[in-house]
Design a protein around this ligand. Structure first.
Ligand code: FE2
Length: 310
């Protein structure tokens, strides 16, 4: 039987080893992840790192798949509310992405050893392998020409550039399913980002989300806590991404249940978020959800999402 103090020393040694590896292998990324959790550091770094940008206006020749956009108003809304809702993908683009999802191999719970192919997007949820919470197309998403075009869409890039105040660096994209499943443990939910958490991918970064199936309260809507990209409790800044260990109810209590927003919308509906706010993908209770995410940041740290496979 392992003694309590042995457990403590084991954890401490493991923590030190991980920090040493981070510092020696990826020093820029390591220092960002250690320091960007503090708002004051993020503000300083963002100001120092600010580089001259291309105009964030959409020129006459550039046609966005999202139609006409008020880039300034969208960036201002994200700055105050953490998120802007109201983007819309055209039906043909949604259909192309659904076709892609039906014809491409995804991976259950992002495990490269658990390939899975859906038999038509209407039948998803039937005959799923055991313990299937999510299915991500991971790096196979790069095969989608529709997704490649969206990553370079002038409207999406204009919003990202305006919000970041610097040239937008593409960090990664993911198409993934979330399936209806029993609640399970906190650890199981945390592994697939179904508990409140915030991300630390850069000093400033932004994520676009588009639903590819209709999403209501029973199909795992994305949820965020309005305004929590700033003014976090000091403890929540200190522990950073380990906030995901805290019970959702405690986080809600802390920042106000009235500020929790569940984002529902039909297939094609989109929103754009500052992922430094508390957010989660709620667990679907009845219907599955297919969603696309595209992320941009101000710095290029190489493939930061390599571990997640996209
Ligand atoms: Fe997240």
């Amino acid at each position: 039987m392992i003694h309590k103090s042995e457990k403590f020393w084991y954890k401490l040694a493991n923590y030190c080893l991980k920090n040493y590896q981070g510092l020696t292998q990826e020093p820029r990324l390591f220092l960002m992840q250690k320091s960007a959790r503090f708002e004051i550091v993020r503000d300083w770094e963002a100001r120092l790192l600010k580089r001259p940008t291309k105009s964030s206006e959409i020129s006459q020749e550039d046609v966005s798949v999202l139609g006409k956009l008020d880039v300034n108003a969208i960036a201002a809304t994200i700055e105050t509310d953490s998120c802007y809702q109201g983007l819309q993908l055209p039906e043909d683009v949604v259909q192309e992405l659904l076709n892609f999802a039906s014809s491409t191999v995804g991976y259950i719970n992002r495990d490269a050893n658990r390939p899975w192919r859906c038999k038509g997007t209407e039948k998803v949820g039937v005959d799923l392998p055991e313990n299937s919470r999510v299915c991500s197309y991971m790096s196979n998403g790069k095969q989608s020409s529709t997704l490649k075009k969206l990553e370079k869409d002038p409207g999406i890039l204009a919003i990202a550039t305006k919000f970041l105040g610097a040239e937008a660096v593409h960090m990664g994209s993911e198409i993934s399913w979330s399936f209806p499943v029993a609640a399970g443990s906190h650890v199981q939910q945390r592994e697939v980002a179904q508990v409140f958490h915030y991300d630390l991918d850069d000093y400033r970064f932004i994520k676009f989300f588009f639903y590819l199936t209709d999403v209501d309260i029973s199909s795992g809507p994305h949820a965020y806590i309005r305004g929590t990209h700033k003014n976090k409790k000091l403890l929540h800044q200190v522990i950073g991404t380990r906030c995901a260990d805290i019970d959702d109810e405690k986080i809600k209590e802390c920042y106000g249940a009235e500020n929790v927003v569940n984002v529902c919308g039909k297939a094609g509906f989109g929103f754009v978020e500052n992922p430094l706010c508390f957010h989660k993908g709620s667990r679907p209770t009845e219907k599955p959800r297919l969603m696309l995410q595209i992320e941009y940041a101000i710095n290029d740290y190489g493939n930061i999402h390599e571990a997640r496979g996209y």
